[in-house]
Design a binder for this molecule. Structure first.
Ligand code: ZN
Length: 227
């Protein structure tokens, strides 16, 4: 099935420079979930919408995930105009996006987010998606590097921001922090965060179940690493 079956072009207004830009949107039928990893990475059948998650303004260089693209504050937009636009070299609109291109698009969004001082949770979400893209590419070391960045930023967001963080309630974020620790081999920290979820008894049934399952798994991993 060609990509046109799953995506279509549309025009949106860039909230930084005001130009009308062309972006890709993903059709509903492209979202056929095959399975979900324990850090919420979704595996889709046939087509991976993750590749089309970042929108880039060809005119000013602003880049962000599509669900946050339009919600940039005036102050943040000014940072983009002052620090990104002067260095921006217009690039061609990418017709098809493979994993390599997706990584470079996510990294552009990361630069926009960092330079304009986006919330820690937004930076964390971007780092996690870069990690997932590396997972799909079979690059475990690079995946780990970005899981570590995501974890740092989620910890910062956990302390400083109000829940929900990017649609995740407190129990979900607490669980995710535990799971990212576990994936980095920080088993004792993982136990602490999973236990927080289990003991609080809040959050959805799904998150409670995941926390219990991963708590058992990490206990096994601790036993194995001790022997
Ligand atoms: Zn723009």
């Amino acid at each position: 099935m060609s990509n046109e079956y799953y995506i279509y072009e549309k025009n949106v207004e860039c909230p930084v420079c005001g130009n009308t830009i062309t972006v890709y949107a993903v059709k509903q039928k492209a979202y056929v979930v095959e399975s979900r990893d324990t850090d919420f990475c979704v595996r889709y059948k046939d087509f991976n919408p993750l590749l089309y998650d970042v929108w880039i303004c060809q005119f000013c260089g602003y880049a962000a995930q599509k669900n946050t693209f339009s919600n940039i504050t005036y102050k943040r937009a000014q940072f983009i105009q002052q620090h990104i636009t002067p260095k921006w070299v217009a690039r061609e609109f990418e017709k098809t996006i493979d994993y390599e291109k997706a990584i470079s698009r996510f990294k552009l969004a990361l630069i926009s987010a960092q330079i304009s001082k986006a919330k820690a949770s937004e930076v964390a979400g971007l780092c996690l998606k870069i990690a997932w893209t590396y997972r799909f590419m079979g690059e475990p070391e690079k995946e780990k590097t970005f899981i570590a960045h995501a974890l740092d930023k989620y910890l910062e967001a956990y302390d400083k921001e109000r829940f929900p963080l990017e649609n995740m309630d407190e129990a979900t974020v607490t669980y995710l922090i535990g799971e990212l620790h576990r994936r980095l081999g920080n088993f004792e920290e993982a136990v602490v965060w999973f236990s927080k979820v289990i003991n609080s008894r809040v959050g959805s049934e799904r998150v409670q179940k995941l926390a219990r399952e991963q708590w058992h798994l990490v206990k096994e991993e601790l036993k194995n690493s001790a022997s």
